[in-house]
Design a protein. Structure first.
Length: 241
């Protein structure tokens, strides 16, 4: 395997920890000017829905598909993101209870928060995703003359680095780094969650990191297979039903 492949494997194995860290350090509040109007319902689509998606509209689906295929390109280690179903996982998550903010406190007051205080926005995760995609596409059209899904690979990389570092700021006041952290989190979840949720198709994500699946009876194998591939195929929730 090439050094590039080894580097990417190391990235994929550490991505869960990295995603949690990114989400934990990116909590900021929306500027007061952005709170003048109440947030629109998360279910209100801004464009016709994309076929096969429960939440994403056509523009959003194109954005998410381009995003996951860029972050998880096909190579000798794994299929590309859309072949893994990461886009399907994201759509289902946004359409479900997490996207609707079912377990979030949404009553305010909306003041500047610290990273340790967690999520500090008057938007549900689905609303944040929708507004962030719109703002990112607006930035791409301003700089490159095209939406995110239509720009070149190197330009996409530039945009994603700009979001993750805070170099890019959105005209509407939306915190770009928090949007990035949320996207990153859902991409990683889509790779490694149980396939029953739409991602990790054929358990390919688990195969990359050598995860044995949902059966927690591998204690006796820890020392035997330390540093070696575990020979059994991973088991998912659906395998046990």
């Amino acid at each position: 395997m090439t050094k590039q492949g080894l580097d990417r494997r190391d990235f994929l194995k550490s991505a869960v920890v990295g995603g949690a860290a990114a989400a934990g350090t990116a909590a900021v509040a929306m500027p007061e000017t952005a709170l003048a109007e109440p947030a629109a319902p998360a279910s209100a689509a801004t464009a016709p829905g994309a076929a096969g998606y429960a939440f994403l509209n056509l523009d959003e689906a194109a954005f998410v598909e381009a995003l996951v295929d860029h972050m998880v390109p096909a190579d000798e280690i794994s299929p590309k993101g859309t072949d893994l179903g990461v886009n399907v996982y994201i759509d289902r998550a946004l359409a479900g209870g997490w996207g609707k903010g079912d377990r979030l406190y949404m009553q305010g007051p909306w003041k500047q928060g610290t990273p340790s205080q967690g999520y500090q926005l008057p938007l549900t995760p689905a609303q944040l995703y929708r507004a962030g995609i719109e703002a990112t596409n607006a930035h791409c059209r301003k700089i490159f003359g095209k939406s995110f899904d239509r720009i070149e690979e190197g330009q996409r990389e530039e945009v994603l680095i700009g979001l993750s570092t805070g170099k890019i700021t959105f005209d509407n006041g939306l915190p770009a780094r928090l949007f990035w952290a949320t996207m990153y989190q859902t991409v990683i979840e889509g790779m490694y969650s149980d396939p029953i949720y739409g991602g990790n198709r054929n358990k390919a994500g688990w195969a990359i990191i050598g995860f044995p699946g949902v059966i927690a009876v591998h204690r006796d194998h820890v020392e035997q297979y330390r540093g070696k591939p575990f020979p059994n195929k991973p088991l998912s929730i659906s395998d046990m039903s």
